[in-house]
Design a protein around this ligand. Structure first.
Ligand SMILES: *Cc1c(COP(=O)(O)O)cnc(C)c1O
Length: 372
């Protein structure tokens, strides 16, 4: 069995240090908003190249509180993609705004900037590009459109910590960046966690208040907030892991390029494309294949942990029925949900395992072709 992700291998390498740090937190009696939160915020600000960071309880909260901090809510529209994890659009719904889904670029899986302007109305307040699978969205065009139409840009960088767009880290390009430390992400906690990044002090101060019941001073509450703090145990774990993120991302890239080579001989398998001048961090390695659903079953039977990210586009989810966007409204998004499949991808994946994944997938593609 080759899993899509094996977190135990990472733990085997860093477990000793993690356990030492966690034990120290447990013995310290300081469990919420302590020294590790403070230190992690500074270390992540330095790493991402942004003035301010705020640790939160999840990536979903980062997106939600980003919108709150920009006073986006009922009556407003936010442009984003339907080819993403549900949390991107969920955050828009949580604040009472309306998600406006724009189709994607078939090569990058990210929002197609050429289609954004058509979706802008007087109600539009922001654009949320997603750096899906660790590949930066086409930020120059998105930032240019946002500037001309006076819109905010919130980057959903939950899958892309450490990815570069023209030499700058994602999460430092828009007004706000949102990251997730969900355990399966490139930088994962051992529980939930998230981060908001911004160069604006005003936004930072607002989010610091919002994450702690809407008040910066204890027992003084200025607005309705939430409880979205990162606990010290998770912050301590993330500090240990942050030291390795560059090396882990580098290994993911090497694995991606090895897959590309292994699949080069099979023209039915479309390997991922990268935008020029980007450093993609391959949260997922996602290819396009014919007869995807059949092949997905065959791979599962043969012990290859392939997954479908994401099988149903967000505009076709029940929760978004009210938008009235039926089948056919986002043709490229819909087509891609039918052909994508993500293969085992993590830093510790071995060459031998990659060879097995590639041989098996190629064999399945040939077999399924013979069937039709
Ligand atoms: C994981 C993820 C989120 C949500 O992050 P959580 O920490 O699980 O709340 C949001 N957007 C994208 C693209 C994600 O992959």
């Amino acid at each position: 069995m080759i899993p899509i992700l094996d977190s135990k291998r990472q733990y085997a390498a860093i477990g000793e240090e993690v356990e030492k740090e966690v034990l120290e937190v447990l013995r310290s009696g300081q469990y919420i908003l302590g020294k590790h939160n403070k230190a992690l915020e500074q270390e992540l600000a330095d790493f991402i190249g942004v003035k301010n960071t705020v640790c939160l309880n999840s990536g979903t909260d980062a997106l939600h509180l980003a919108l709150r901090a920009l006073d986006i809510g009922a009556g407003d529209e936010v442009i984003s993609t339907a080819f993403t994890f549900v949390a991107t659009a969920e955050a828009i719904g949580i604040v009472g705004a309306k998600p406006v889904f724009v189709d994607i670029n078939a090569d990058t899986f990210n929002i197609d900037p050429a289609k954004i302007e058509n979706a802008i109305t007087p109600k539009t307040k922001a654009i949320i590009p997603v750096h899906l699978y660790g590949q930066p969205a086409d930020m120059d065009m998105i930032l240019d459109i946002a500037k001309r139409h006076n819109l905010y840009v919130i980057e959903d960088a939950c899958q892309a910590i450490g990815a570069l767009y023209k030499g700058k880290m994602v999460g430092s390009l828009g007004d706000i960046g949102c990251f997730s430390f969900y355990p399966t992400k490139n930088l994962g906690a051992m529980g939930d966690g998230g981060l908001l990044t911004t160069n604006s002090d005003m936004i930072k101060d607002r989010v610091i208040a919002l994450r702690n019941h809407g008040g910066a001073i204890r027992y003084h509450h200025d607005e309705i907030g939430v409880n979205s703090r990162l606990d010290e145990v998770q912050a301590a774990i993330l500090r240990v892991k942050l030291k390795h993120i560059n090396e882990w991302n580098k290994k993911r890239r090497e694995n991606a390029y090895r897959y590309n080579e292994l699949f080069a001989k099979c023209s039915d398998i479309v390997t991922p494309k990268e935008l020029d001048d980007t450093y993609c961090v391959y949260h997922q390695y996602t290819v396009k294949i014919p007869n995807r659903d059949n092949i997905h079953k065959m791979l599962q039977e043969k012990g290859i942990g392939a997954m479908l990210y994401y099988p149903i586009p967000l505009h076709m989810q029940k929760v978004h029925e009210y938008l009235g966007m039926g089948k056919g409204s986002l043709p490229i998004t819909e087509k891609n949900t039918e052909v994508v499949i993500s293969l085992p991808m993590f830093p510790e994946l071995t060459k031998e395992e990659q060879q097995t994944v590639a041989d098996t997938l190629i064999q399945c593609v040939e077999e399924s072709k013979a069937l039709v």
